[in-house]
Write a protein that binds this ligand. Structure first.
Ligand SMILES: NC(=O)C1=CN([C@@H]2O[C@H](COP(=O)(O)OP(=O)(O)OC[C@H]3O[C@@H](n4cnc5c(N)ncnc54)[C@H](O)[C@@H]3O)[C@@H](O)[C@H]2O)C=CC1
Ligand SMILES: O=C(O)CCC(=O)C(=O)O
Length: 447
């Protein structure tokens, strides 16, 4: 074993073992920057090569998905499941349907999920999966046929004690329903094998809202720590999908003002605030009619900026809720110049490494995705508990459980993230998430 262990040497090995996977390198690099100094103080983890083992997925499964289009054409996509780590529970994590999906993207997401699921305090291991299938422009029947074909293959590898997938980009309640129906048909079993299900057949109240709500609860905790709160703050949000819309709803509940939302074509800016009524119209547009924000802007008369991101608009709080690496170094400089106080990542790894550096140097508080967006998977864990008990908790019970989980995650981040004059939530989340998984791996011995 090499005792002169540096992060650079560690990263050289990661890059050599995982060529052509820049998002995975980025996610590991951020974690290694925090964990390697911690491991130097706790050599038991080094001796058992725990970090090296945590960077290697247990297995990566790839399969062919063949489905028929409405015009009779045969389509071929690629499906994946990366089962990353099951040291603390069965594999758990979402499925993404997007043309950019590839093994490197899913490895970064599965790696992040390992730490996130550990932070929730619930017994869940980590996985991520999906397909390069593009749902945009597909008919309802095409979506259904694709989901069924995808599940026929995926069903070999999942199970309610083995691996429990859920949604992510391009996968919401509609897709989960088609996949659950297919699993039920193939397996002849009714088990909680997916989360994010509809309420009629075993879904949980609050799951749809959980990621966005949890992200705002986490922001509220960070601000309370500074003697501040969301009330009265101007908030910029990117995205207009599941996470973004319910993040906006909770900001409104807490008395903040949401001034932006975006989609992959551009963003809307409403300086008067996207209040409950306006948000209701957008939720209807996005979730039922599957329309674009440009259409909302045209009908409502609010400002619309095509092919742009919202980070140049002055705000107190930023909530990136669309996708990875959506905040570049120059976007971070715009946020800092506009007086932003804090940023909470609703999306997974939305901030580049260079942008994180700019935000840190500007003393902007940063809630990393593995902490701030953990509310979604946490309520998925609660959906699993309810399915096992054959019962359903009320909205009030679930919201209070979600709130207390987010408080607990904040407390764990504080325990490991306090530095002189600045709370480094990124470091806090990485170290706290690491310890539980690492200790379980140590307990199992060399396997
Ligand atoms: N759904 C969940 O429970 C969780 C989701 N996340 C993360 O949150 C983020 C958003 O996921 P969802 O809201 O579930 O997905 P979604 O499919 O409901 O919405 C995605 C949103 O991002 C926008 N978007 C996608 N690619 C974009 C691009 N290249 N540029 C600009 N906008 C883009 C889309 O227009 C859409 O508004 C992802 O990073 C996901 O991994 C994290 C934790 C849980
Ligand atoms: O609810 C889940 O199982 C997974 C949610 C997810 O994919 C995520 O936390 O990134």
């Amino acid at each position: 074993m090499n005792n002169a262990w540096s992060k650079d040497d560690f990263m050289k090995q990661i890059i050599a073992r995982n060529p052509g996977e820049p998002e995975f390198h980025q996610a590991v690099n951020e974690v290694a920057s925090c964990i390697i100094p911690f491991i130097r103080e706790h050599p038991k983890y080094r001796e058992a090569c725990i970090l090296e083992r945590m960077c290697e997925p247990d297995r990566t499964i790839s399969f062919k998905v063949v489905w028929e289009g409405d015009n009779g054409a045969v389509n071929i996509n690629r499906g994946y499941r990366v089962q990353f780590n099951n040291a603390i529970g069965p594999y758990k994590g979402g499925l993404r349907f997007h043309p950019t999906v590839n093994p490197g993207i899913l490895k970064f997401l599965g790696f992040e999920q390992t730490f996130k699921n550990s932070l929730t305090t619930l017994p869940m291991g980590a996985a991520k999966g999906g397909s390069d299938f593009d749902p945009k422009g597909k008919s309802e029947r095409e979506i259904m046929r694709f989901c069924q074909a995808f599940m026929i293959e995926l069903s070999h590898y999942i199970g309610h004690f083995t691996d429990i997938p859920a949604g992510d980009i391009g996968v919401g309640a509609r897709e989960i329903s088609y996949m659950f129906g297919e699993y039920k048909r193939i397996s002849h079993q009714f088990t909680g094998v997916l989360t994010g299900k509809s309420l009629e057949y075993g879904g949980s109240l609050i799951r749809k809202e959980a990621t966005g709500y949890g992200c705002v609860y986490f922001m509220e905790e960070m601000l309370n720590e500074q003697g501040e709160s969301v009330r009265g703050k101007t908030c910029a949000i990117s995205g207009s999908g599941n996470v973004a819309l319910y993040c906006a709803e909770k900001i409104n509940h807490l008395g903040g003002k949401v001034i932006t939302l975006s989609d992959s074509d551009g963003f809307i800016h409403d300086p008067d605030g996207i209040d409950e009524d306006k948000l209701g119209t957008i939720i209807e547009l996005k979730t039922r009619r599957r329309g674009r924000l440009a259409e909302y802007a045209e009908n409502s008369g609010c400002n619309y900026f095509p092919e742009s991101k919202p980070w140049g608009i002055e705000c107190d709080l930023a909530f990136p809720c669309a996708t990875e690496n959506e905040i570049s170094k120059s976007d971070a400089a715009l946020l800092a110049g506009g007086g932003c106080l804090a940023l909470a990542e609703g999306a997974n790894m939305p901030t580049t490494a260079e942008a994180l550096e700019v935000l840190r140097n500007s003393n902007i508080l940063i809630a990393p995705g593995k902490a701030a967006n953990a509310g979604g998977v946490a309520v998925s864990g609660l959906e699993m508990s309810q399915n096992s008990m054959r019962m359903a908790w009320s909205t009030t019970e679930l919201e209070s459980k979600l709130q207390s989980i987010m408080k607990d995650i904040h407390r764990q981040c504080l325990a490991h993230g306090r530095t002189n004059g600045y709370i480094d939530y990124v470091r806090g989340a990485n170290i706290a998430g690491f310890i539980k998984v690492a200790d379980a791996m140590l307990a199992y011995g060399i396997i």
